[in-house]
Each structure stands twice: as C-alpha cells, then as structure tokens.
Design a protein around this ligand. Structure first.
Ligand code: 4AD
Ligand code: MG
Length: 427
C-alpha cells in the first residue's frame, strides 16, 4: 500500500479508508486505554490513536518524541482532534527510535539557534521554509514573464562592488580574491548580450552590524536591464514586490494563517508605491524632529520614520552622489544628485537599492578615482563603456529582508535555514 501525505488525509478524501503514513512523532499523550500520537510529515500533522488491545500498543508505549515511524490505520473525522481528523491505528513500526529530544517548550531564541539543525523540524520553520520556496518561485516567474533571462554570476570575484569594508577576502591559490557582495557588475556585462537579466544568488558581507536585518551571507535578487530609465526600474521593482505579495496571499493562505497572519493584509501591498526624493525625505524628517543634515545617509530610525505614515513601502530617489556607489549615474543637470532609488519598507527599512548606471567611460573612471579605487582593477567593467555603451538600470533586493517584512518576523535570521552572522556560523 502506498504512503499518503498527511495534508491529503486532512482534505477528507480518505475518511473511512485505510491509509499508510510515515513521519515523526510530534506529540505523545497517554491515558488509561489509549495512547495519542501526533505524527508530522512535510505536509502536516495528524493525531493517531492506539488502543490498549491493538498490536501497535507495545511500540506506541516505547516510541519517543521525534522517532521516525510508519503507521497504518483507518481515517475518521473527529471534531475534537486538533486537525479535525484522526487515524485509528492498526500497525505501528518504529524506523528510528529517538533519544530524548533537546527541544522542549519555552526554550530561548538563542538556544533554538544553537540547535538550528533540529529546530528546522518545527512547525514554524517548516511553514516559513515553504513560504520561502514559493516566494523564490514567484520571483523567478515574475522576471521570466517580463522577458528576463536568469543568469549565473560568479561568487569568487577579484574587485569590490560595494566598498572594501564589508569584503570577505580569501586565498585563491596564490592570489587574493573576495566573495562577491553583489552580482551587479557581472550582470551588467550580460545585458550586452541578453539585454534583460536577473539572478538569485548568495552575496557575502563582512558586516559587523548586529541588527535584525543583517546577515553575512544573504540571498540576493538582482537584475539589470539595457535601454531603461530610473522610472522603468522603480516600476519593475514595485511590480515584482506586488506580484510576490499577491501570489503569496493567494497560494500560501494556510501557511500564512499558521503564522498568525491574515492573507488579506498582504493583498494591500500593491503597485504603484509612493515615491519621494531624498530632499523631500530630509524635509519630512526635519518636520518629525530629526536633525539629519543634507548629505547624510539614512539610518534604521530614519527609514522607519519615513514609512510610518503610509504603513507601506516607499521609494526614496535622487540621493546625494557622495553617499552612493561609484557606478551610479548623476543627473546631467544636477551633478550633485544621482539616479539611485531605495525601496524602504515598514519595520525592516531598506529592502532594495537600485539605480541608473554610469554609462560614460570618462565619468566612470573619474568616479573610481574619486572613490579611491584603481581603474586598472575595473578594466573589464570600463570596457563595457567603450564598446557600444547603453543607458541601463538595475537593483538588488535581499530575500531575507523581503520575507522578514512580509511574515512580520523578528529578524532576517528566522527566514533562512542556516543564518550566518558575525556571531553565528554553526550549524
Ligand atoms: O544596498 P546594497 O548593498 O546594493 C547592492 O549590492 C547593489 N549592487 C545591488 C544592485 O544594484 N544590483 O544591497 C542590496 C540589498 C539591500 O537593499 C538589502 O535588501 C540586501 O541587499 N542586503 C542585505 N541583506 C541581509 N544582510 C545584509 N548584510 C545585506 N546587505 C544588503
Ligand atoms: Mg543599499
């Protein structure tokens, strides 16, 4: 007899029928004549009862929390059972008897991160990982529908993208290399062949900040598009974020509810998003009592305050040149401002950074020097401006920040199976 997934049984289609399931013991409770076993598999949990007079009784007595088992029995509807259905057990087979499982109720977040390899079995992590998988799928779907090609950039790189202070260096045979901070520069190469490209890949930051939104290894969604403007870019980004929100609300209803979220709330995140300039943002902050100077970058508090009123995402664009990277293009009529946009979201702050790229060779070389970078290290990148340069834009978005915002989670650490931070590289 084949095995049935537990969520399949919970549809009611198997009521009155015999089923085989396999999974792990999630809960166990014993009364005089009955042992209640709650079994979990990837898809869900179901309660199974074992009667004292059945053949399964001996093993049911012996079985421990987190033991792996196979179980056969008859499905019945039972309003009192936690998921509305119950299996009356005929046969129970222990596959792997578990030692005393270290995770019990009321363990600290810190402890749960130490035993992450075991905590990933929890209903909470199971649900988050399912939504994460769907979200990644929606991101791919969206870009493909817009005619973007998925490409695979390198992780070993020879020159910095986002400034030296967050670079992870490593020995690469006899050379020094780095782990990539962003695929952007390599994606820019590929637009001269494919025009519209995207990737979803890890980026690495030797980020000393210990905040709810920083990891040293995160998954980075990045795109580049030839012949596009900053307006095109903001439209692409807001539609991508809406697409993910709308589809997650529809397809992950059960999972969202399991996390205590209302799918209807997600439906409210819909393009277009409000857009204000950096100058307008500064004005707004001054009105709210911040004494930030023009030319300073926003910190976490400023970003939070900016999204306070709209309670939704917000673009800030046209930043001072000196707080953005060497590759961002200046406004021709206002050279102190660059065509860069950050998408800022409630609670988390910056979700994306993107912008128009310098497409003129001389402007690029000038910028590199102004940023204390050596043009020799960026020869191939400069080449792109020599041979048929085009105006183009692109952006990057952290998958973990998107999920932490969407699922109202305390930290980006809750959204990735094995978070890497300054203090954590185990398991
Ligand atoms: O703002 P960032 O540094 O921009 C870039 O890397 C550009 N080269 C991207 C591009 O234009 N292709 O990073 C982009 C996004 C951030 O807005 C944030 O969502 C995420 O990547 N991010 C991090 N997420 C988690 N932990 C960190 N340490 C992150 N650093 C950046
Ligand atoms: Mg940024």
């Amino acid at each position: 007899m084949p095995f049935t997934a537990i969520d399949n049984i919970l549809t009611g289609r198997f009521t009155g029928k015999k089923v085989n399931i396999r999974g792990w013991i999630y809960r166990k409770r014993e009364s005089k004549d009955t042992i209640f076993l709650v079994i979990r598999d990837a898809s869900g949990v179901i309660q199974c009862t074992v009667k004292r007079n059945s053949k399964a009784w001996k093993d049911a007595e012996k079985v421990t929390i987190e033991s792996s088992v196979m179980l056969q029995g008859t499905v019945k509807e039972d309003k009192r059972a936690p998921s509305g259905y119950e299996i009356t057990t005929d046969k129970l087979e222990i596959i792997g008897l578990s030692e005393v499982f270290p995770i019990a109720k009321d363990k600290s977040e810190e402890f749960l991160r130490d035993v992450r390899h075991l905590w990933l079995r929890s209903r909470k992590m199971n649900t988050i990982m399912k939504i994460r998988a769907e979200v990644l799928e929606f991101i791919h779907e969206y870009f493909k529908k817009q005619g973007f090609f998925e490409v695979s950039p390198p992780m070993f790189i020879s020159s910095a993208v986002e400034g030296g202070s967050t670079l992870f260096g490593l020995k690469y045979f006899d050379e020094s290399m780095y782990l990539t901070q962003s695929a952007q520069l390599h994606l820019e190469v590929l637009i001269y062949s494919l025009e519209k490209v995207f990737c979803v890949a890890p980026s690495f930051r030797a980020e000393k900040s210990r905040t709810i939104r920083h990891l040293t290894e995160f998954w980075h969604v990045e795109s580049e598009e030839a012949f596009s403007t900053l307006d095109d870019l903001m439209r692409l980004e807001e539609r991508l974020v809406s697409y993910v929100y709308q589809n997650t609300a529809k397809k992950c209803r059960k999972e969202l509810e399991a996390l205590g979220l209302d799918p209807k709330e997600l439906l409210k995140v819909k393009a277009p998003f409000p857009k204000i300039t950096y100058n307008e943002a500064i004005e707004k902050l001054h009105k709210k009592g911040f004494n930030i100077q023009w030319g300073e970058d926003f910190g976490f508090n400023e970003e939070r305050t900016l999204t306070e009123d709209s309670a939704g995402p917000l673009f800030v664009y046209a930043y001072p040149k000196k707080i953005k990277a060497f590759y961002v293009k200046a406004y021709p009529d206002k050279p102190e401002l660059v065509m860069s946009a950050d998408l800022i979201v409630p609670r988390i702050g910056e979700l994306t950074t993107g912008g128009a790229r310098v497409d003129d060779k001389n402007e690029l070389i000038q910028n590199l020097k102004a940023f204390d970078l050596r043009p020799e290290d960026y020869e191939w990148y400069i080449d792109l401006r020599k041979y048929g340069t085009v105006p183009h834009t692109g952006f990057g978005m952290g998958v973990e920040r998107l999920l932490a915002w969407m699922l109202n989670l305390e930290s980006v650490m809750d959204t990735i199976p094995f978070p890497r931070t300054t203090r954590r590289s185990y398991p």
